[in-house]
Structure formats: structure tokens, C-alpha cells
Design a protein around this ligand. Structure first.
Ligand code: SF4
Length: 428
């Protein structure tokens, strides 16, 4: 058995870390990408992108392997005549939505998702959503958010979507007992693992946000205590806090240590006995440690460079440094939420450069100078870097794979070990 180390509950704030801020050209997917996992999560929702053929191609190629008899996302394509102002876009949009909802009465929650073209022509999707919600009252709720590449990067689409849902949540009963909310779209299998653990711990009312169905979204209020499952939900957290909910500060649930700390934050908030907590989590924690151990030989001492992409970078670098002995040289993140990331930052080696935003050419110069053993980056940068002899990992895989919690910790470690294994095999 390995010793169980729990996070210190000290209030001493570590000295703020220096952050390299970059504001140049960036190479990141837009927020529309979030639809790929959100449409699988909320099963009676539909995501209607109001965009161009480029947006439709992005979604189709990113979700290309999945074929649905009744898909849960689509694109209302803005044509040239719309852009030229020759037609009434609002009337066209109403017509598309009416036709969609007449054909698909199973849609209970419709998101109008803004894109670059709808931003450019200043199509007011929030007014359209209000108008269409009134028209379809009782059958379908219509909301809107932006996934435009002008306004959002990659995972910010989920943040914008969930933030748009928060005002729709019912109010919890005044004076009711505290309830726990897990915030962030997780694969169902991972969500179920966490719900089982919280039940074993003895936390009685645990909700997931988003829920799997539109009608089952959790209530929120001052008795809500929430744990962020994803590190890219700054706007959602703020919207929940505006409704009186209280964020439980914790590491993110990656690896044995991150998952332990995340669960522990809830256990402390709900007054769970420490010995009981240790007994409940011990089997999962041990499984995670054993599963991680096999990757340690390959990853220990290896250097890694994260280009900014998904906002998962900081917690993943902490996991790799803390539990696998990797050496993060630079960890880039599109945005740095200092409060949500404080615990993660405190556990990263002091020598690691933290960068926020991107100036892709300068960052690539630093990658070339450092020649890390592994570079985590977007698809567009991976091939050129591989051609220069650098080993890369696609950041997008980390978003699409189940990586949270004890039972996924081994797979998470393996996602980083695999490119190095492949490199070694190719060298022989
Ligand atoms: S929203 Fe903008 S960046 Fe995203 S696919 Fe459409 S045009 Fe491209």
C-alpha cells in the first residue's frame, strides 16, 4: 500500500508565479468543437450552428466517424446572399428552426450556436432564441451561445454553452441541506464512477451539470457546492456563483493524486469522516497507482512542452510531473484562471515556464530550442514538428478520451507514453 497523502488545507497562498503573456497569432480550434462531445451528453438537445460551409465541414470531419440516424447537431448555412444582406436572416432562421422542430419533436433543448459569419453579419442570436422559445413554449427551450473562432477557443464552447444554461436552472429550496454539483460534461461511464464514489462516501444529493436530459438539469442556489470537473469552465463557475453556489477549491481529478484531492474537497465540505473517506477511496486509488506505474519507466525524466490548446494543460502537466516524474519545460494555456488554477500552479516545478495566450511562431522557436522529448500541440502543428524529428501528442485526443478519475489514470498516462513508444519502435 502506498501512503495516502491528502492535500494540505492550509490557507497560505503561494507566491504568484510569473506568467509569460503572449498575444499573437494562435493555432487553436474554435469553440464549435465542443458540440462534438456536448451533443453526446445531453441526449434530447440539438445544436444548430448558424454558420458557413467551413463550420459544417469542421463539425462533419471532427465528428465524421459517428453516424446517427437522427443527428443531434446541424448547420444552418449562411449563404452569400445572407452576407450581402439580400434576405432577412431572422426569417430564414425561424423557417429552418420551425422545420427542424416539426420533424424532430424529441428535441427539448435547442442551442443556436453562433459562428464567425453570424458574428460578422451581427445576427442577434440571443433575440432569435428568445423569439423562438416563445413560439415553441412548452415543447422546446431555445438558447444561444457563441462558438465563433473570433470569440472562443476549442473548449470555451462548452463553457459558453453551460454558462447559457445556468440562468435556466431552477432555484433550490431556501434553507435546504447542501447539495453537491459536478460541473462539466464527462463521459457517462466516468460520471457514473464518480456518482458511485460520492454515494459510498455518504454524500446524499449529487447532481451532474449538464444532466443527460434537458428536463433533468439540477437546481442551483446558496446551498449548492460545486466541483469543477473541467478546468475550462470559468464563465460557468461565475454564473453559478452569481446564483449563490459555492465552488469547492480542489485539484482537477486527473491521476491518483488529483482525483483524491478532488474527492477530498467534497468530503471536507460535507463533513465526511476522514477514516471513512480513506477507506472508500483506497481501492480506486491503489488501482490508479498500479495502472500509472507501468508508464513511469518510459516517462520518468522525459521533458514535455505543452502548446496552448484545451486549457487542460496545467492540470495534466501537474499530473505528469507529480505522478510520473516528467519534466514540464513550458506549459501553455489559452487562458489562465488564476483562482481555479492556484493549486495546480503550486504543484508545478518552479523552473517550468507558464505561458498564457499564444504567439505561435515565437512559441515554436522555443520548442525547437528546447527540443523536448514530447510536445503536446494541435493537429496543424504536429506534422511539421514530427517532420523536424520532434515527437508530438495531439492535444485534441486528451479532450475526446475518458481521462478523469481513478479508473482512467492508467489510460491517461498511456496517452503520453504511446508516442514515445512509437518513436522508439521507429528508431529500431
Ligand atoms: S466558427 Fe469560425 S473558426 Fe469555427 S469553423 Fe466556423 S468559420 Fe471556422
Amino acid at each position: 500500500m502506498t501512503a495516502l497523502t491528502l492535500p494540505a488545507s492550509s490557507d497560505c497562498a503561494p507566491a504568484p508565479r510569473a506568467v509569460l503573456r503572449e498575444r499573437g497569432q494562435r493555432e487553436v480550434f474554435c469553440g464549435l468543437t465542443g458540440i462534438i462531445w456536448l451533443h453526446r451528453k445531453v441526449q434530447d438537445a440539438f445544436f444548430l450552428v448558424v454558420g458557413s460551409r467551413t463550420c459544417a465541414h469542421l463539425l462533419q470531419s471532427a465528428a465524421g466517424v459517428m453516424v446517427f440516424a437522427e443527428p443531434r447537431f446541424g448547420t444552418a448555412i449562411i449563404e452569400e446572399r445572407d452576407l450581402a444582406g439580400m434576405v432577412d436572416c431572422n426569417a430564414e432562421l425561424d423557417r429552418v428552426v420551425d422545420r427542424l422542430l416539426a420533424r424532430r419533436p424529441d428535441i427539448k433543448l435547442l442551442f443556436l450556436v453562433g459562428s464567425c459569419p453570424s458574428e460578422v453579419i451581427k445576427l442577434d442570436l440571443s433575440r432569435a432564441a428568445q423569439r423562438l422559445s416563445l413560439k415553441h413554449t412548452g415543447a422546446t427551450r431555445v438558447l444561444n451561445y457563441s462558438g465563433s473562432g473570433i470569440e472562443t477557443t476549442f473548449t470555451e464552447g462548452e463553457d459558453a454553452c453551460l454558462a447559457a444554461l445556468v440562468p435556466e436552472l431552477a432555484e433550490t429550496t431556501r434553507g435546504a441541506a447542501p447539495e453537491l454539483m459536478i460541473v462539466g460534461a464527462l463521459p457517462d461511464v466516468v460520471e457514473d464512477q464518480f456518482l458511485r464514489l460520492f454515494a459510498q462516501l455518504g454524500i446524499p444529493r449529487v447532481h451532474s451539470f449538464p444532466a443527460r436530459r434537458a428536463g433533468a438539469m439540477p437546481p442551483v442556489g446558496p446551498n449548492t457546492r460545486f466541483l469543477l470537473a473541467q478546468p475550462f469552465l470559468g464563465e460557468t463557475a461565475r454564473a453559478l456563483e452569481d446564483r449563490g453556489a459555492v465552488r469547492l477549491d480542489a485539484l482537477f481529478p486527473f491521476g491518483a493524486e488529483g482525483t483524491t484531492a478532488w474527492l477530498h474537497a467534497a468530503a471536507v465540505a460535507f463533513g465526511i469522516d476522514e477514516m471513512h473517506f480513506r477507506a472508500v477511496i483506497a481501492p480506486g486509488r491503489e488501482r490508479a497507482k498500479r495502472a500509472i506505474a507501468h508508464a513511469r519507466d518510459r516517462l520518468g525524466g522525459k521533458s514535455i512542452f505543452f502548446l496552448p490548446d484545451s486549457q487542460l494543460e496545467l492540470p495534466l502537466a501537474r499530473f505528469l510531473a507529480q505522478e510520473l516524474g516528467m519534466v514540464p519545460l513550458e506549459v501553455g494555456t489559452p487562458y489562465l484562471h488564476r483562482a481555479h488554477m492556484a493549486r495546480e500552479l503550486a504543484l508545478l516545478p518552479a523552473e517550468t515556464v507558464i505561458s498564457e495566450g499564444q504567439d505561435v511562431d515565437r512559441q515554436l522557436d522555443r520548442v525547437r530550442a528546447a527540443r523536448p522529448d514530447l510536445t503536446v500541440c494541435g493537429l496543424g502543428l504536429a506534422n511539421p514538428l514530427e517532420a523536424e524529428g520532434l515527437t508530438t501528442k495531439w492535444a485534441i485526443e486528451l479532450v475526446f478520451s475518458p481521462i478523469h478519475g481513478f479508473d482512467q489514470a492508467g489510460d491517461l498516462a498511456d496517452l503520453f507514453a504511446r508516442p514515445l513508444r512509437r518513436r522508439d519502435v521507429l528508431k529500431v
